[in-house]
Design a protein around this ligand. Sequence first.
Ligand code: PLP
Length: 384
Amino acid sequence: MDIRKACETYVANTYKRYPVTFTHGEGAHLWDEEGKEYIDLGSGIAVNIFGVSDPAWAEAVTKQIHALPHTCNLYYAEPCARLAEMLCQRTGMQKVFFSNSGAEANECMIKAARKYGEKTGRRAIITLKDSFHGRTIATLAATGQDVFHQHFGPFPAGFAYAQPNDLESVRALAAENGACAVMLEIVQGEGGVQPLDGAFLRGVEALCREKGMLLCVDEVQTGNGRCGELYAYMAYGLAPDLVSTAKGLGGGLPIGATLFAESVKDVLTYGDHGSTFGGNPVACAGAVSILERIDEELLAGVRARGEYIRGELSGAKGVRAVTGLGLMLGIETEKPAAGIVQECLTRGVLVLTAKTRVRLLPPLTIGWDDLKAAVAILKEVIAG
Ligand SMILES: *Cc1c(COP(=O)(O)O)cnc(C)c1O
């Protein structure tokens, strides 16, 4: 079979693909159909956080596939209960709703915020310019980037976009629109790997408390150890009311989770929300195996690897700036990012872009030798 031709012919053309077809992987290594080996600094966009086919994860998943792959949410099942309990114990949140993707986790967060706003009549949600919250109609409406809005309106009303790192702009829009919530990413991922200022984040939290608004944090990309804490909001000592996450939590299988703090734990009740596949036992069993290994030692390793990459690239030839947190890094380069990705691919290193920047999201457990080899190549490509 001509895989690329079939893909171009039969799969909807919403993605421009690189000319490579992967057949298998192990840890931070991937192999294509010609047997060429690659070092992975993208983790399938922050998903394969323990590398490809991590053995413990694969075993947990395989065991669950043989025992009970699906039940639906009309019945109880152990993996979903275990994962929810772990998430709550690790975060201090009180309840979890499981879905299958980041956009779905955000949809649930938006629905919960809207219902919470019902009692005050304030229903608007303030998000930030350059944010990204997903590709469904409501999460696109929440996304503060015009480029994603073309062609797909009309959008649901009640979203307004404040300036990142500008508390007064959040305050003004919240008052003007009657807002029940502020929704943000701690590091804006698709918006170019832009971390928000700690002072701004704490200011937004204080504003939310003052005005009775919910603080909603989208940890779809930043979460699950990626930024050097279990969730990135923890790096700033925040106490959000709602947290959404996905990508890395599943370790390679689709999962989304929306976490509810005490303040909103009873907002959604019977019949308010649902998902046929949400809480799928296989995805949850895999996620349990991932989450139980995101411990202090792993997080220290994430921070050390992040520091290493920063140290290598900051001030290096062709590098204008390095942004990000932990192992979620953006590199502003003199050469266009797209060309760098292509050249790295040719040289056997997988990197991503975010807006004009090169974006790195390596597996959290990438071996030091692999990391050093890949960064050395990336550095040469950026300088060349
Ligand atoms: C990727 C991403 C999403 C969307 O997740 P999907 O699983 O693609 O629906 C939402 N928010 C953020 C911050 C993301 O990075």
